[in-house]
Design a protein around this ligand. Structure first.
Ligand SMILES: [Zn+2]
Length: 315
C-alpha cells in the first residue's frame, strides 16, 4: 500500500515536472516571438529614418552645388560687366562677346536709339532727322497694313535701320493671354513684315518689356519660345520717359536720356514713335547732338553684336 502511494506521488511529481518544462518552453518561445516582432518594427522605423536622413543630405548637397554654381556665375558676370549701373543693378546683362570682340571697339560707348509702337504719322519725320545726322536706329514696330504704313516699313529697311518686332496688335490682354496667342501674334507680324520688306525679323521687344507685370503667361515661357525660334529680345537700360500720357517737354526727354548715359558702355534708349508724341521728334536732333558730343561714343542700330539688355533672365 505504502509502495503504491509512493508510485502515485512519483507520477504526480513527474507530471508537474513535464508541465513545468512545457510551460517554460511555451513562454520562452512566446517571448522570443514578441521580441522578434518588436525588433522588426524597430528596424522598419530606423530604415525609414535613414532614408529621410539620406534624402535630406542629398538635398543639402544639391543646394550647396546650386549655391556654388550661382556664386561662380555671379563672379563671371561681375568680371564680364566691368561696370555697375545703379539703374539696372538688378537687370541681367548677357554680353555677346563684347569683351573679346574687336579691341578697336573696346573704348567706344555704344548707344542704341530704339523706337517702339511705330509706324505712325511721325515715322517720316523721325527718319528724316536720322538721315540728316546719318544715324541708324532700331524700330520695334507693330502691324499696320495700310499702304501709307507699308511705305514706312520699307523706308526703315532701305535707309539702313534695324526693323524689329514689338507685336502685331499691341493689345496686352490678347498677346499675354497664352503662349499660343503670343506666338500667333508674333508670327503674323513676322510674316507681314517679310511680305512687305523682304526682311525676316528676329529681334523682339516685349510690349511693356520682359519685366511687365500684366502677362498672364510666365514671361520665362515666352522667352523660352523666342529662344526656340532663334529670336532675341531687347529691353532697355535708359528710358526717355516719353511713354507718359501727359505732356513731356523735349528738354526733359533729352535730360532723361543723357543724365546717366555716361555710366554705360552700351546703352539702349527707349523712345516711342507715335502720332501724338511730337515731343520725342522735337527732342531728337538735340538728343543726337548731345550723344555725339560725348567722348568716343557711337550711335548704332541693334545687330547680332549688340549686348542683350534684359530686365529678366532667360532661365
Ligand atoms: Zn509699346
Amino acid at each position: 500500500m505504502a509502495q503504491t502511494d509512493a508510485v502515485k506521488r512519483d507520477r504526480r511529481r513527474r507530471r508537474r515536472l513535464r508541465l513545468l518544462i512545457f510551460a517554460t518552453l511555451f513562454f520562452s518561445t512566446l517571448i522570443l516571438m514578441i521580441a522578434c516582432v518588436v525588433m522588426g518594427i524597430r528596424l522598419h522605423t530606423v530604415k525609414g529614418e535613414l532614408r529621410e536622413a539620406q534624402a535630406a543630405l542629398s538635398d543639402r548637397t544639391a543646394v550647396t552645388d546650386q549655391a556654388e554654381r550661382a556664386s561662380r556665375q555671379a563672379a563671371e558676370d561681375t568680371e564680364a560687366s566691368l561696370y555697375t549701373v545703379s539703374e539696372v543693378d538688378e537687370y541681367e546683362r548677357v554680353g555677346i562677346g563684347d569683351m573679346e570682340s574687336g579691341e578697336e571697339d573696346a573704348a567706344a560707348r555704344k548707344v542704341y536709339l530704339t523706337f517702339d509702337d511705330g509706324p505712325s504719322g511721325n515715322t517720316g519725320r523721325i527718319l528724316d532727322i536720322l538721315a540728316e545726322y546719318d544715324v541708324k536706329a532700331t524700330f520695334f514696330v507693330v502691324g499696320k497694313e495700310e499702304e501709307e504704313y507699308r511705305v514706312l516699313y520699307k523706308r526703315i529697311v532701305d535707309e539702313g535701320h534695324t526693323l524689329a518686332m514689338h507685336s502685331y496688335s499691341h493689345r496686352y490682354n490678347e498677346i499675354y493671354q497664352s503662349l499660343e496667342s503670343f506666338s500667333t501674334d508674333l508670327s503674323r507680324l513676322q510674316e507681314f513684315l517679310y511680305d512687305t520688306t523682304g526682311v525676316w525679323c528676329r529681334y523682339v521687344r516685349f510690349p511693356g518689356g520682359s519685366s511687365n507685370t500684366v502677362s498672364k503667361v510666365d514671361m520665362h515661357e515666352l522667352i523660352g519660345y523666342l529662344d526656340d525660334q532663334d529670336m532675341s529680345y531687347f529691353d532697355w537700360n535708359i528710358s526717355s520717359g516719353d511713354a507718359t500720357s501727359g505732356y513731356i517737354s523735349p528738354d526733359t526727354i533729352i535730360r532723361n536720356c543723357t543724365a546717366k548715359l555716361g555710366e554705360y558702355d552700351e546703352a539702349i534708349i527707349l523712345l516711342h514713335d507715335a502720332s501724338e508724341k511730337d515731343s520725342t521728334v522735337e527732342a531728337l536732333p538735340g538728343l543726337i547732338e548731345a550723344i555725339l558730343a560725348m567722348d568716343d561714343t557711337k550711335i548704332l542700330p541693334i545687330t547680332e553684336d549688340t549686348e542683350r539688355i534684359h530686365h529678366i533672365s532667360n532661365e
